[in-house]
Design a protein around this ligand. Structure first.
Ligand code: ADP
Ligand code: ASP
Ligand code: MG
Length: 406
């Protein structure tokens, strides 16, 4: 069986017109001899009746502190609605499609509500359906614990469903259909001259996704990489070839004949970060205690700098109050800057090349953007800036590395 996984995001299944286009992609692969396993997200974005954010607003508008268990039950409903509608769209065209829930698909998770980890996939139900010639339309983003509790896989988690099913079913490839032509050099919503990236490695895309580019969930990239399954990101609404994600060697082979290598591949950003600086006159012991308190409160930290008498780190803005409560003994020497953004330049070619950080800082300061903190690895340089500078900073780095010239 030549199985492929085709995943359609929220905007791709939101309206009858887009569902028509999604159905056509599925039918085309079916007619080409593939056995498509389809994964769908909830329909549309916030404000549309069955979108995930609408369901969250619905319950939280009435009961602010709904238990995470019930949150997951209500959040899972959007994908179930979407899978039944999409199955009917195909059936109305004469194709034998069936809606499949996360638990019918055998997505077994731990009990970490809201961001559950997949422990195992038992795809018997789907295999059986495929053998009968059916097209399974799986509700993404959801799983079930061994005890039968419904869980969700973290925001954007339908990509993760597609990746684990691809792995479990040994799919030939995975297609992620969305509302843009593929992976771009920056979020096209804020950089109008962002250009398409035709080939990218798993590890570069993982970094871009991990640094905030919503276009695919980083877990999905990691799973596909470990399983060695090629992934394509494509537009439901067009026939553009999309982006192919594969290993480094394949990328180089495909990239032959293109313009010279770029140092930076893409600029990503995350908003809503809080920076906390604490005076720590008692050195490492005190710093250890602070780190431990944050860990005990399940608060993860990022961009951390430790000096003999000071430490600076950033956290997710939603955790600010919890962190300040946990660190109230240090309130006197504590400075907090809320609503920061982390801007990251990602590129495997920058490994070992001197001067990239200097160019980044220069490009930002030339636009009067204050850099609050930086961090770097072999393939990623990140700068923390104030929230109001987000768009300007992304544009500055996109411009500096001439990413519009792919
Ligand atoms: P879906 O509902 O299809 O999963 P998402 O909203 O999760 O769609 O992801 C697609 C969005 O990702 C695009 O509309 C785009 O604004 C955003 N995005 C952010 N960074 C990038 C990037 N580098 N390349 C392409 N899209 C990006
Ligand atoms: N509907 C879920 C979300 O909005 C999952 C997804 O779209 O991938 O996060
Ligand atoms: Mg998504």
């Amino acid at each position: 069986m030549r199985i492929i996984v085709q995943k359609f995001g929220g905007t791709s299944v939101a309206k009858p017109e887009t569902r028509e286009m999604a159905a056509q992609k599925i039918i085309n692969s079916y007619k080409s001899g593939f056995k498509p396993v389809v994964v769908v997200s909830a329909m549309g974005r916030r404000g549309e009746p069955y979108a995930t954010d609408t369901l969250i607003d619905l319950i939280q508008g009435v009961y602010r502190d709904t238990h995470p268990r019930e949150m997951d039950i209500i959040m899972s409903i959007g994908e179930i609605i979407s899978s039944t509608i999409m199955a009917n769209t195909l059936r109305s065209k004469g194709y034998d499609a069936i809606a499949v829930t996360g638990w019918q698909a055998g997505i077994i998770t731990d009990q970490n509500y809201g961001n559950a980890n997949i422990l195992e996939v038992r795809p018997d139900f789907i295999r059986h359906a495929l053998k009968q010639g059916k097209i399974p339309i799986v509700a993404g983003f959801q799983g079930v614990t061994e005890n039968g509790e419904i869980t969700t896989l973290g925001r954007g988690g339908s990509d993760t469903t597609a990746a684990v099913l691809g792995e479990a079913l040994r799919a030939e490839f995975i297609e992620i259909y969305t509302d843009v032509d593929g992976i771009m050099t920056a979020d096209p919503r804020i950089v109008s001259n962002a250009s398409m990236i035709r080939y990218i490695t798993y590890s570069e895309l993982f970094q871009i996704a991990d640094q905030g580019a919503k276009v695919i969930h980083p877990k999905a990239v990691e799973i596909a990489m470990n399983a060695g399954i090629p992934v394509f990101i494509k537009n439901t609404m067009s026939d553009s070839p999309g982006t192919m994600i594969s290993s480094r060697i394949e990328k180089q082979q495909h990239a032959k004949g293109r313009k010279g290598d770029q140092l930076i591949t893409s600029i990503a950003y995350v908003t809503g970060r809080t920076q906390i600086s604490i005076d720590t006159k008692h050195g490492l012991n005190e710093q250890n205690t602070i780190l431990r308190r944050l860990a005990d409160n399940q608060i993860s930290i990022d961009i951390i700098n430790i000096f003999p008498e000071k430490m600076v780190f950033t956290i997710d803005g939603h955790a600010t109050e919890k962190a300040l409560e946990a660190l109230k003994d240090y309130a006197d020497g504590c400075q907090v800057i809320k609503n920061c953004s982390k801007i990251s330049a990602v590129g495997e070619q920058m490994r070992g090349v001197p001067g990239v950080m200097a160019r980044i800082i220069q490009a930002l300061t030339a636009r009067n953007i204050d850099v609050l903190q930086t961090s770097d690895s072999h393939t990623t340089i990140s700068c923390l800036v104030k929230g109001e500078d987000t768009i300007n900073a992304v544009l500055a780095l996109h411009e500096e590395f001439r990413l519009y010239e792919q």
